[in-house]
Design a protein around this ligand. Structure first.
Ligand code: SF4
Length: 329
């Protein structure tokens, strides 16, 4: 049963990629378990940070949300409709409501188009402006809401004339021009200078308030989420291992993986530094998921049972869930 108030509900979503072919001895083809049973929900205006190392499945999950990948199993309800079953026409309509901000502002802008052409292109594709005047007004609005003011100073310029931060604002304006309700921001600051990262995060926070945007903020850096996200979901090897309100997760992490990620965030005050928890080894190959708890080969507090039992997700405190055998009372 779907709660109508949820703008987004992700239910046991999976994406497995086949690698090679079945063997002549009848063995199935190998599969990469990129996303392997993810569940979460969001309300209108929520900001959820999806955090994890590269290869944990967060980008594949964003592709599923955007309809750019087909799921292997599970459902994604957006505004009450299962978008994993959407037709091509429904997908096109949905793509106005769900927009993505990609991480690389250098790659995602066509260098031969002016800023006005870039930002107006989605309106042309979706036939959303009745004439050039309305189109220009919407472009100006999106640019100014993205902090490029006055917009008239930018319309005729080209990407190479802008700084990295300004290009990322153009990328955000291209998403905003369609007036989406859900924004999926995939590492939106990772390619930018440290000095301008905070500006872009503040911009996303302002837009969320001003436009009542729901935002999924994908990042490998748990240190950036405190400024902006209401909730944090930590992903490991295709699954969420901990989810909760940002302050609860940052101040009182429950899963050993979250604790390890938090322990390596640089803290200027030496008295507040925690003991660094360096994880052993690399993230396992998602073709060969470890038995039991998939984190056990790297977990500093694993016990024998962790090799056998796959821990269930349990509520450890109000609206704070984690999957670890040591949390079972
Ligand atoms: Fe570590 Fe075991 Fe908990 Fe997994 S279930 S996180 S291996 S202690």
């Amino acid at each position: 049963m779907i709660t109508q108030k949820h703008i987004l509900e992700v239910k046991n979503i999976k994406k497995h990629f086949q690698v090679g072919r079945p063997s002549i001895f009848g063995q199935d083809a190998r599969r990469v378990h990129a996303v392997d049973g993810v569940n979460f929900h969001m309300y209108r205006g929520d900001v959820l940070a999806l955090v994890g190392e590269s290869g944990c499945g967060k980008t594949t999950l964003s592709m599923l949300l955007m309809g750019l990948e087909e799921s292997t199993d599970g459902q994604i309800f957006f505004e009450g409709n299962d978008i994993t079953r959407a037709t091509r026409a429904e997908r096109k309509r949905l793509s106005q409501r769900i927009q993505m901000v990609f991480q690389d502002p250098y790659e995602s802008l066509n260098p031969t188009q002016s800023i006005e052409e870039i930002v107006s292109e989605p309106l042309v594709i979706h036939k959303l402006a009745k004439d050039p005047i309305e189109r220009r007004l919407r472009v100006v609005n999106a640019l100014e809401d993205s902090g490029l003011k006055p917009a008239a100073d930018y319309l005729k310029r080209y990407p190479h004339e802008l700084s990295g931060g300004q290009r990322q604002r153009v990328v955000i304006a291209s998403a905003l021009v369609l007036e989406p309700v859900l924004l999926v921001a995939d590492e939106p600051v990772s390619m930018l200078d440290v000095s301008i990262r905070a500006e872009i995060i503040n911009l996303l926070a302002d837009l969320r308030r001003k436009r009542e945007l729901t935002v999924i903020f994908i990042t490998h850096d748990l240190g950036t989420v405190g400024y902006f996200a209401d909730r944090v979901a930590v992903m490991y090897l295709g699954r969420i291992v901990e989810i909760g309100n940002t302050l609860d997760v940052l101040k009182n992490p429950k899963h050993p993986y979250t604790k390890a990620l938090l322990s390596v965030i640089p803290v200027p005050n030496p008295r507040l530094r925690k003991k660094r928890e360096i994880l052993q080894g690399e993230t396992p190959n998602p073709i060969n998921i470890p038995t039991g708890c998939r984190f056990h080969p790297r977990c500093p507090v694993a016990i024998e049972a962790c090799k056998i039992s796959d821990p269930a997700f349990i509520e450890v405190e109000r609206a704070h869930d984690a999957a670890c055998l040591l949390l079972v009372k």
